[in-house]
Design a protein around this ligand. Structure first.
Ligand code: GFB
Length: 311
């Protein structure tokens, strides 16, 4: 199938976030109209406000890049917000999209919602096949519900709405708050500041042994536009890079990019989380998408972007 984006009005929910901003950048290369609505215009946790906005603006397609996201500590510290706000955002958007007869909706899951001990690489059918990682089960339940909601609208109303399952993401516009961010931006900041201070050590959380797959947000955005154009199915599609590193190796790579060597100190009072979550993205590659940049090139691109460097 091909969904022609020409002349379409595509609403990018969450356009100020790292993923949303990357999708807006990618859609700028298409002959479509991009619609956005900042939090000051539209609070996506408010059902009536979302319904009113959607019926007034009537986009042809929606990329649901709005969510309450964060790293392993943020997920443990704010279970209510990770469950409640993500449920509110996805249910409000879906209900309003149906009312406004939106023809395409692309929902975003995350590789962390697979079972803690899913087979590696993780195939799409592993979803719900085992217990979740406890540190982010709140977020996982909300995101699994979102995938199910897309399937429900396909089944009951024939909506051609789809879901993608991205791996751990990074890139320009990331969250660099050391308490709530993901590991890659946190280590970029830690090494950047260690160099500025001439610090001898950089402290990492956990043991450094967990393995993580990483994908640059601009590569994700390209894959999402590809799926919006070419994918029509009930099952979510894994979007990974296939590039997996240990947290220790990630730190060593970031030290090289930042240009500062420091002793790595591992604070094992902090959780490791899921030991590994490499996804099997062969369905996506079989459809014809490829082109994820190397992790080192992606980290270098990120470190060459704000807030580290003005482009
Ligand atoms: O990226 P991260 O916070 O989330 O942690 P997850 C990845 C690994 O990096 C964990 C370790 O083993 C952390 O202990 N780590 C080491 C650090 N140093 C740091 C640090 O300074 N900051 C952080 N944040 N981690 C998330 C889920 O799991 O995956 C989210 O909790 C989301 O819901 C995301 O889905 C994609 O990869 O473990």
């Amino acid at each position: 199938m091909t969904y022609d984006l020409t002349g379409k009005r595509i609403y990018v929910a969450g356009h100020r976030g790292m993923v949303g901003a990357a999708v807006v950048r990618r859609l700028a290369r298409e002959s479509c109209e991009v619609i956005t609505a900042g939090r000051e215009v539209l609070d996506l946790t408010r059902q009536q406000a979302v319904m009113d906005w959607m019926l007034e603006n009537r986009p042809d397609a929606i990329v649901m890049a709005a969510a309450r996201v964060g790293g392993i500590k943020a997920n443990s510290d704010y279970p209510v917000e990770f469950l409640l706000h993500n449920l509110q955002i996805e249910t409000n958007l879906a209900e309003a999209a149906h009312a406004a007869d939106v023809e395409r909706v692309l929902f975003l899951g995350s590789s962390c919602i697979y079972p803690k001990f899913a087979p590696q690489p993780i195939p799409e059918e592993s979803l719900l096949a085992g217990p979740l990682e406890s540190s982010n089960e709140w977020y996982a339940i909300a995101k699994i519900a979102g995938i199910k909601l897309m399937q429900a609208y396909r089944r009951q109303y024939g909506r051609d709405w789809i879901s993608a399952m991205p791996t751990n993401l990074y890139g320009p516009g990331d969250n660099y708050d050391l308490e709530t961010s993901h590991v890659l931006p946190a280590l970029l900041r830690k090494f950047h500041e260690a160099r500025a201070r001439g610090a001898a050590e950089v402290t990492l959380w956990g043991s450094g042994t967990p393995l993580r797959e990483f994908l640059h947000c601009d590569d994700l955005a390209d894959a999402l536009v590809f799926l919006l154009r070419h994918y029509s199915g009930a099952e979510h599609i894994n979007v990974g890079s296939g590039q997996e590193v240990s947290i220790r190796t990630l730190a060593e790579t970031i030290a090289e990019v930042v240009g500062y060597q420091a002793e790595l100190v591992f604070d094992t009072s902090k959780p490791d989380g899921t030991p590994r979550k490499l996804m099997d993205s062969s369905q996506l590659t079989a459809m014809g998408w490829s082109g994820a940049r190397t992790l080192r090139a992606g980290i270098a691109d990120t470190y060459a972007s704000p807030p580290w460097r003005e482009r």
